[in-house]
Design a protein around this ligand. Structure first.
Ligand code: 3Y8
Ligand code: NAP
Length: 249
């Protein structure tokens, strides 16, 4: 009997959770516990870190996990590296469910930067009105560029007011809509959108909005990850589980 551990936190993970529930397959979705009220799921949920690779290996063994699906966000690099190592160590089947990186289209005004530090450095210069669509975890890095007006968007209201001297904070949870993001950028006079190359649909609205409004985008490229089996559609993961079962993995 398969028992799937699904590392979640993305739209694709939620789609796969729905398919696993519909199939009546034994599965658990795992959240890191980054947000106060993660989306309700149709399968059992566990919340919190595992305690590094060793903790994850223990979890896989104790809960007799047969398939590990890493459907975490492309920037959740540490979790993905741990998942690859723990699956190898435990000898259990492992696959990543992710989404292709966004590609600039006709009319896009993108500048690519390698990582958050490069994005901070790229903001050197006269004051602008920047939509910082990175969530909460990296905001303080931008304190070295205090000259800009920042529009911040977090999932949860933070305990402490963000340290950026000139900012406005919007509390909202994606997936977002184009009309919502067009309105947001217009209302705040945004001239630059800073975001991660998350891919997928849940965070893409701001890119379409920027294109429609002719605004610039500073795109943070993804961290590199070790070689791993990768799928891009939730239904292909079901076929992968069936195939692994047939092979007695
Ligand atoms: C806790 C689970 C679902 C999953 C939905 C996706 C889409 C909506 C858009 C913007 C960009 C950002 C952020 C974002 C989006 C989806 C997806 C996605 C980006 C939840 C969720 C968890 C998180 C964690 C959170 C991070 C933050 C990042 C906000 C749930 C809602 C910016 C990433 O406050 C914090 O500490 C938030 C932290 C990690 C990145 C950061 O560095 O701050 N996601 N987001 C997961 C866990 O605990 O394991 O609460 O329900 C999931 C989703 N957020 O089920 O439909 O598939 O990517 N999430 C980015 O992509 O740039 C917002 O504002 O335009
Ligand atoms: P990360 O930096 O790669 O991971 C840091 C540590 O958090 C991991 O080593 C692990 O702790 C724990 N962790 C991460 N994801 C987990 C999960 N799904 N279940 C259990 N523990 C998890 O991760 P992150 O970038 O902070 O992302 C955290 C969560 O937010 C993930 O679910 C991710 O999918 C979601 N998310 C992240 C982003 C983003 O921009 N980073 C965007 C959207 C959603 P231990 O070492 O103790 O096991």
């Amino acid at each position: 009997m398969p028992h799937v551990l699904l590392l979640g936190g993305t739209t694709e993970a939620s789609m796969l959770a729905r398919l696993l529930a519909d199939r009546g397959m034994s599965a658990t979705l795992s959240y890191a516990g980054r947000t106060t009220l993660p989306a309700a799921q149709p399968i059992p949920v566990r919340i919190g870190g595992f305690g590094g690779v060793d903790g994850l290996v223990d979890y896989l063994r104790t809960h007799r996990i047969t398939h590990l699906v890493d459907a975490t966000h492309p920037f959740a690099a540490q979790m993905s590296v741990h998942a690859i190592a723990a699956a190898q160590c435990s000898g259990i089947a492992h696959v990543a469910l992710t989404r292709p990186a966004w590609q600039a289209e006709e009319g896009d005004r993108w500048t690519h930067v390698a990582d958050i530090d490069a994005a901070v450095a790229a903001l050197e210069g006269p004051a602008r009105r920047v939509m910082l669509a990175l969530g909460r975890m990296h905001v303080e890095r931008f304190m070295v560029q205090p000259q800009h007006h920042y529009l911040l968007r977090f999932v949860d209201r933070p305990e402490a007011v963000p340290g950026l001297p000139n900012h406005e904070l919007v509390i909202d949870r994606g997936p977002f809509t184009v009309e919502g993001d067009v309105r947001l950028m217009r209302d705040h006079g945004i001239d630059l959108v800073l975001c991660k190359n998350a891919g997928g649909t849940g965070a893409a609205a701001k890119l379409t909005a920027a294109r429609q409004l002719g605004r610039q985008v500073l795109m943070i490229d993804r961290p590199s990850l070790p070689e791993r089996a990768t799928l891009y559609r939730a239904e292909d993961v079901l076929a992968w589980i069936d195939h692994a079962m047939a092979r007695g993995v």
